[in-house]
Design a protein around this ligand. Sequence first.
Ligand SMILES: [Zn+2]
Length: 505
Amino acid sequence: MLIRQVRPLDAATGRAPRRPVDLRSRDGVLVEVAPDLEPVGGESVLEGGGALAIPGLWDQHIHSGQLAQAHSRLDTSGAGSVGVILELVRAELASRRERRIGDQALIGFGHRLVDFAIRPTVPALDEATGTVPTVLIGGDAHHAWMNSAALTALGLPARDGIVAEDEWFVLAPRLPELPGVADALATGAAMLQRQALQRGVVGVTDMEWGRPWESWPHRSPRLRIRTAAYPEELAAVPGPTGTVLDARGLVTMGPLKVIVDGALGSHSAYTREAYTDGHGYAGRGVLSVGPEALREALAQAKALGLTAAVHAIGDAAAQVALGAIRAVGLPARIEHAQMLTDEDIAAMAALGVVASVQPAHLLDDRDATEAVWPGHGARAFRLRDLREQGVQLALGSDAPVAPLDPWLAMAAAVHRSADDRPAWHPSQQLQPCEALAASTDGITALQVGGPADVVLLEHADALFADVPSGADGLMVESAAREAAEQLRATDPLATVVAGRLESQR
Ligand SMILES: [Zn+2]
């Protein structure tokens, strides 16, 4: 493929040449970067018209199965109480009966336990749903509120409350056993790829439960997919990290993923200090995998040639994760890494541990963090400190927890505010080109020998310019807000994956 007349941006410097060049790729790799290349026989040509060319974007943390289901799910994210959710469920079931699909399982997604004044119970849900299997997944993806019909259909013991953490993680990939869910999933997988490509995404790390390495090669992949494995599936893993799993080389084996704590919204992130929020929750959250079990899991990963991705949201969980990574000694990332002390950051830098952070979470977690850990907000989303201490950043979304949209992630990293308030801890803001460099899987420039993963942007000359600082050394608030708005509004012209045009506006 020949991409003509583009100006490749160097994400390390934020600069692009004024004079356009052409990019030639062969077998998915860039083989020539020079002005005025002539097309050779049979070569497909993409005219860039002077557009800015950036390295393809990555979302380093998604859950493909849940995302694929998202379009057929009942959105419960705005429901602030158990009563409102039950009303939504009743209305949805009534509408489905009218459309004669009343017997299909109802999957909901998005509620936050932290919003509820009373605990959700199985009998309350049974009363609203009758015998239609119903699973309401929390917005943090760490628990589900299920009715008796769904519990029975999936062979779970009866109970009064929710299904959470490890019990839920094992159950989540089995939802397609419920009526109607598998069909919705196939449509959703195609849709999620199309939407990602439209936003300039050329690759994702898929943290889906189950065996995504078995399903992806059969889904006509159009972007790069690294599939993670959880400890309970280690015996089925096809090979070490990097093993190619499809004919085009787009699907590869990713890391072992281990979840050692919960999430902020469920009060289960494992923290150094106790929660204080007045809802009757106390304690320091949940450490679901202790230091010894984690060391064992990582040692197994190392023996299989897998890298590790350790989910740690609370600062105490990060400490446990780093201890095990140090003891075992393997290439590793911390997923979320959204509460860190100085000591944790220094350890990450010393061990070469990558910070896989989802900046859009800071928009949602801002108020919750300040409410449950008053005074410790300075430990949250320390993107600038991580970068300056030499820790490699790998941004993502945790979709469907946040939208699979790297532009939203970059905007959140730059401005750190979702509303009219000024930035939350502005000393941690990233410059736009720093946010870009954290979103391209470590590739800062389009160079010969690199992957032919290219995104074209028009009218984008100011997009990655540095935001000016004021006398206090911090970004000028209005300028950071403006830069974030521009990033959020970016709509790529074209996305090329492995030398193939996969999306064009
Ligand atoms: Zn996740």
